[in-house]
Design a protein around this ligand. Structure first.
Ligand code: PMP
Length: 405
């Protein structure tokens, strides 16, 4: 038989397929609400001014070369990144219990975290990861790749277009002790539905009670509220409470460094001595997978995080992005409820957080938007708020109004 004859054809990635269809569409008012990447008010990718500045500094640094980074990455980057998510008062940082490894953005952090758990977590029985229903589709694939079975826990309630808090808590309580739960640190993808502070409190309690492990995925720090500290509050609260955990961190969205692949994995251990052993094993895994991570993006972020002036500028740039998105939510809500009097409740448009909004549109309505209005979104009714701006918002609202009537 011919080599590769037995390879079945895989379906294309739904988001990348949507982008291709959008590009091929010649309709002038077309809108792309599929991909989760920030766009400015003119639908253009935005290079953060602080990143431009940092790039300029790197360009003129005579000390820079193209040598390999250490296996676990650029130390000035990983230590500052850990402080960014855990905060300056972190007990785990002060007592040297955090192992930080530079990764291929958030996806790489998820992969390395999953691989490490697969090898070294004290599993009692089957290797399983509890994922929110729904979650970022890639989570399923990433865990399956390393032999960990994804199982879903209730998260999104279509009736309220909000959190199924009781379902979530029941799942935590009924899972076998020491189960691993993946939690979105903020700006849940795809729903935009986050637990409140009081709900996080109860979630942490349930996790501690059953000795579960928290696998935090943090892809949107700063992007949700516009404030880096506020968006890190769940992670920091869990650390304070002593929840066993790791954190996957991405700088794709909050620094607009999508293609540069800047991220980190932070594993918190109960003691420094344990942390040293964790680090040694993460190094072995990283070495066999990528040898060492890429340098350019990490240098940029390191400059920004370690320079007080650049750091302040970055915070302003993050606020610019987050507040534009929040403004679009408010504006959309106003047009739907006050002007068009669109049937249904649209509170979730302003209550949801971050890049994405689950509109509550069903499959047929979502498809109708694509086919009739040239507005591209996934069949689950998720829209990327970043695709909306003052030029296309009215057209979007009117088209949405039409498909729900
Ligand atoms: N986790 C979640 C929940 C995400 O939404 C994303 C980005 N779509 C990622 C991780 C990883 O993205 P990246 O690899 O570009 O950092």
């Amino acid at each position: 038989a011919e080599t590769w004859n037995q390879v079945p054809l895989a379906p294309p990635d739904s988001i990348f397929k949507l982008t291709a269809a959008f590009k091929a569409d010649t309709y002038p008012q077309k809108i792309n609400l599929g991909v989760g990447a920030y766009r400015d008010n003119d639908s253009k990718p935005w290079i953060l001014p602080v990143v431009k500045k940092a790039t300029e500094i790197l360009l003129h640094d005579p000390a820079l070369d193209h040598e390999y980074l250490p296996i676990t990455g650029l130390p000035d980057f990983t230590s500052a990144a850990a402080k960014l998510i855990l905060g300056p008062d972190s007990n785990a940082l002060k007592t040297n219990r955090v192992t930080s490894v530079q990764t291929i953005s958030g996806t790489g952090a998820n992969h390395l975290g999953a691989l490490f758990l697969s090898r070294f977590y004290g599993w009692n029985g089957e290797k399983r990861i509890y994922l929110s229903d729904p979650t970022w589709a890639n989570h399923h694939a990433i865990f399956k790749n390393v032999g960990i079975d994804p199982v879903s826990y209730p998260y999104y309630d279509p009736k309220t277009v909000g959190l199924d808090f009781n379902g979530f808590i029941s799942a935590l309580q009924s899972a076998p002790t020491r189960s691993v739960f993946l939690l979105h640190a903020c700006a849940h993808n795809p729903t935009g539905v986050d637990p409140t502070t009081e709900q996080w409190d109860k979630i942490a309690e349930a996790i501690l009670e059953k000795g579960h492990y928290a696998f935090f995925d943090c892809a949107y720090q700063g992007f949700a509220s516009g404030d880096l500290d506020r968006d890190a509050s769940a992670v920091r609260y869990f650390e304070q409470k002593g929840v066993p955990m790791l954190i996957c961190q991405s700088f794709a969205k909050n620094a607009g460094l999508y293609g540069e692949r800047v991220g980190a994995l932070h594993v918190i251990a109960p003691a420094k001595e344990t942390s040293d052993r964790v680090k040694s094993q993460l190094s072995v895994l990283q070495r066999s997978e990528i040898s060492n991570p890429p340098s350019h993006g990490a240098r940029l972020v390191s400059l920004i995080l370690n320079d007080a002036g650049l750091f302040e500028e970055w915070k302003r740039d993050i606020a610019t992005m987050a507040h534009r998105i929040i403004a679009m939510r408010k504006e959309l809500f106003t047009i739907l409820t006050e002007e068009l009097k669109t049937p249904g409740n649209w509170d979730h448009i302003v209550n949801q957080i971050g890049m994405f909004s689950y509109t509550g549109l069903n499959t047929d309505q979502s498809k109708a938007l694509v086919e009739k209005a040239h507005i591209y979104l996934t069949n689950n009714g998720r829209i990327s708020m970043a695709g909306l701006n003052t030029h296309n918002l009215r057209y979007f609202a009117e088209s949405l109004d039409k498909v729900v009537r």
